[in-house]
Design a protein around this ligand. Sequence first.
Ligand SMILES: C[S@@+](CC[C@H](N)C(=O)[O-])C[C@H]1O[C@@H](n2cnc3c(N)ncnc32)[C@H](O)[C@@H]1O
Length: 420
Amino acid sequence: MHNIQLAATQIVQQVLVDGRNLNQVLDESLRRKSVWAPAQRAALQDLSYGTLRFYGQLNAILDLLLHKHMTDNRISYLLLVALYQLQYSRAAQHAVVDHAVRSADILNPKIRGLVNAILRNFLRNQADLLAQAALKPEGRYSHPQWWIDELRAQYGEDVAGGILDAGNGHPPMTLRVNHRRGTTADYLAQLSEQGIAARLIAPDALQLDRAVSVDKLPGFFEGLVSVQDAGAQYAARLLDVHNGMRVLDACAAPGGKAAHILELADVELVALDKDEKRLLRVAENLQRLGLSGTLLTGDAANPAGWWDGKPFERILADVPCSATGVVRRHPDIKWLRRKKDIASFAAQQSEILQSLWALLAQGGLLLYATCSIFKQENQDVIDGFLAKTPEARQVSLPDGQLLPTDQHDGFFYALLQKTA
Ligand SMILES: C[S@@+](CC[C@H](N)C(=O)[O-])C[C@H]1O[C@@H](n2cnc3c(N)ncnc32)[C@H](O)[C@@H]1O
């Protein structure tokens, strides 16, 4: 176990100190550990994700346990990983402590005694320490203080508390059934034959009781289904696409929403993305699902570089955003985002929206989407746009701002129509 602790310590440190993306660092680490068994690989993922998910709380506890400044950062991260295991995993407590001491021996033998003392102190005073850590919002909610303040100002203390707790939960695994290859009822039956329990939660969405790897899903590689959050599945339906329409997905990669649009209607789809590498993932996804569209690399904020001048009847602008609605899938975001990023995303989003508007046909619909829960990136961007665009009308939606729940992540949708 100490190898796994050490690897997780490095991953957590690379995210928190070097500001690196958790998924990427974990992938790199796993590639170097090709001899590890699946259970060890899963444990590394759990330790890295879990420690970052509860970093605010674990760090508050560590502060209470350390009587003076820890001189070796690596040991601090090791202690956070071990505290996560003691608080949240089913690993035997004595084994966690023993292995942490062995890990410390490798990192800095002079501090091994301190590691032992700190972890044993935690076990003796666990309930008290948890209660004390929870007195500070960052320790209670494991989100940065600015983020907590922002949500409280926007939603009030109670709703904000629910959003923050949901952000620390485990996300559901949801599938989107490819209607070109079968119905949700057919696919539910196939899942049931494999002993995979699931239920229908939206027109195309099946939520699994328990996450499984995609190779266990019947027909995944033949394009019967995709993995996609139910909240993300709102987009294609809201866009109200019909056969023969010319549709632009302006920020398309990796192609989840683009594929859904093509599954629902025979449209002429242009899938644009600024990032050429990410656009390859759109190509792979469409190919697996048996769908096709025109893929373009280009900047949505600068159509002169790629647009052929023919208007679109539907545009999806799934703009780059803070991703604050999907933190339970990406807990590193909580610690990598800065307050000032929100304003810079909002400026970028307004620019993209403004540029895309010129490409929309009269009477056409543009769906603006983010996976953010901050209004600066959502309704504020739309209000700013509406104020200077008299021919734009916001169509009212029952669920514009989706907050994270046990059925879906946090998303924002605004549907705009170009009027005469
Ligand atoms: C939220 S993701 C899109 C997710 C995608 N719609 C899906 O459902 O799979 C945002 C995408 O916008 C792309 N992007 C960022 N800025 C862009 C720009 N100025 N023009 C076009 N694409 C951009 C990013 O590369 C990223 O792939």
